[in-house]
Ligand binder design. Structure first.
Ligand code: AMP
Length: 397
């Protein structure tokens, strides 16, 4: 996968109409529809401002929620247009459709330095199906395509990949940073490269573990997924999360690590509980001997020391998935301590999106990381080494 892609800076956009795919999939209050977190809109500002300053006429577009091809008033992008206008300090013209008469007329009349927003792309079923006619109609409104919605680059949708067949396609600043930092870490990492994987399930990170075993110098496994590895090594895991059907896979991965000389670290001690509850009393046990009626909820202090030591002299650390049930304060220490270890190392530190990003933010270490990916599913597929349609479609440098 080539991560070296042209960006908005490689094109002259002056006087051009630019279709800019953003990620405005913001959380909203169910009752009032009010935007409860505008982080994603704020994140889109550098690219949008740059385009406007360069004298482009910007046609922004995004999806919101899962309307599944039907117009749903609760999922209109109108509130996003309003918030975007407040943040940019200029009018954001809102089209009440995506490729319909209103969008076409407003796009045709749009002047350099002006910005408009199309209605929710997923109101049209052809968006997710990557319909060629829908992609072409989007493209026909513009001269250039800028992709800046990293959260959707793993999807081959009309607005994330299809349009690139008809327009010169480049990345915005958000995707540029993802490619530079995460792409750089995978293609040419500063070594040693330490990958920390946690979270609930082995099954959701099979491709990631397999791919990182080819690249990393050390792999650290924590969180709920560790217990399937512990069982595969002959330990007892009580009522901990366990995927029996992945035991052979875990054995294979440990054999692969040995064959490749990759250091493979698992928890050595575990904080257990009698039940999955925030009020449960933590009990410290040896990870290989979890009692029958106890479940592993977090890594213990010896494991924290072992894992923290492994990141101390790392060149690059990639982290995806919490070390325990960090949502419960009594079982958040493992994740917190590891976030602190990452904050204190001189290594390039990269945190995958989704739960890991939420954990790092909740625990107060977000500004100490080199990079926190803005994509959940997209950053996992990135770490799997998969070709991402929304990246592959961009022009190579
Ligand atoms: P994932 O989306 O796979 O990264 O999983 C994140 C979730 O894994 C979080 O909600 C954590 O609470 C959960 N998790 C981490 N460790 C454990 C554990 N030992 N037992 C149960 N759930 C866990």
């Amino acid at each position: 996968m080539n991560y070296n892609k042209k960006t908005v800076k490689d094109l002259d956009v002056k006087g051009k109409k630019v279709l800019c795919r953003c990620d405005f999939n913001v959380p909203q209050d169910k009752a009032t529809g009010a935007i409860t977190d505008d982080k994603r809109i704020v994140a889109a500002l550098p690219t949008l401002k740059y385009l406007l300053e360069q004298g482009a006429a910007v046609i922004a577009c995004s999806h919101l929620g899962k309307p599944k091809g039907e117009r749903k008033e609760s999922l209109t992008l109108a509130p996003v247009a309003k918030r975007l206008s407040e943040l940019l300090g200029c009018e954001v013209i809102f089209a009440t459709d995506t490729i319909g008469e209103d969008a076409q007329a407003k796009a045709a009349a749009l002047q350099p330095g002006q910005i408009m927003l199309l209605e929710n792309l997923r109101f049209d079923i052809r968006e997710e199906k990557n319909g060629a006619d829908f992609a072409k109609a989007l493209a026909d409104m513009a001269d250039v395509y800028v992709s800046d919605a990293f959260g959707t680059v793993h999807r081959a949708h009309a607005s994330t990949a299809g349009v690139a067949a008809y327009l010169p396609a480049v990345s915005g600043f958000l995707i540029e940073k993802e490619l530079e930092i995460m792409g750089g870490a995978l293609a040419n990492p500063k070594r040693p490269l330490v990958a920390i994987l946690g979270g609930a399930k082995v099954s959701s990170k099979i491709g990631v573990i397999n791919n990182l075993l080819d690249i990393a110098d050390t792999i650290i496994i924590g969180g709920g997924m560790a217990y399937t590895f512990i069982k595969a090594m002959g330990g007892t895991v009580g009522t901990s999360l366990l995927e029996e059907d992945r035991l052979d896979y875990c054995k294979e991965m440990m054999a692969k690590a040995q064959e490749k000389g990759v250091k493979f670290l698992l928890p050595v001690d575990t904080l257990c509980a009698a039940e999955f509850s925030a009020d449960a009393t933590p009990e410290l046990v040896d990870t290989m001997a979890i009692p029958d009626d106890r479940m592993g909820m977090d890594i213990g202090p010896k494991t924290i020391a072992l894992f923290s030591d492994a990141v101390k002299d790392a060149g690059t650390v990639i982290w995806n998935g919490p070390m325990g049930v960090f949502e419960f304060p009594a079982f958040a220490e493992g994740t917190r301590a590891l976030a602190k270890a990452l904050a204190e190392t001189d290594a390039i530190t990269i945190v995958g999106g989704g739960d890991s990003a939420a954990a790092v933010a909740q625990l107060g270490f977000a500004d100490k990381m080199t990079h926190i990916s803005t994509g959940g599913g997209a950053s996992l597929e990135f770490l799997e080494g998969k070709e991402l349609p929304g990246v592959a479609c961009l022009l190579d440098k």
